[in-house]
Structures are given as C-alpha cells and as structure tokens.
Ligand binder design. Sequence first.
Ligand SMILES: [Zn+2]
Length: 56
Amino acid sequence: MSARDDGKGFKGNKRDLPSKPCAVCGRPMVWRRAWAKNWDSVRYCSDACRARKNAS
Ligand SMILES: [Zn+2]
C-alpha cells in the first residue's frame, strides 16, 4: 500500500473530474474532494456567491 495514494493527489488527468457552472457567477467549479459527499447539492463556487444569491 502506498502512502502517496491518500491525501489530495490524483493520479488521473484533472480534466477527467466533473465540473459544473456556479449558479451565481457561472464560473466552472471543478469537483473537489471536499464536495465528494454532496456534489449534487453544491451550487455555488464560494461562500461569496452563496451570500450573493441570498442577498437581494
Ligand atoms: Zn460563483
């Protein structure tokens, strides 16, 4: 078992990761490990965009 396989290292091409546009700014969000559990519910690229959506 290799210790290099844990953490944030991806062996594959980053472009193989899923992505989708932010619901507020439209910038593409590339899949992040932190979102693995809730990728389907991630809609904003950042807290700033989430706040902007809730504002107004
Ligand atoms: Zn955004």
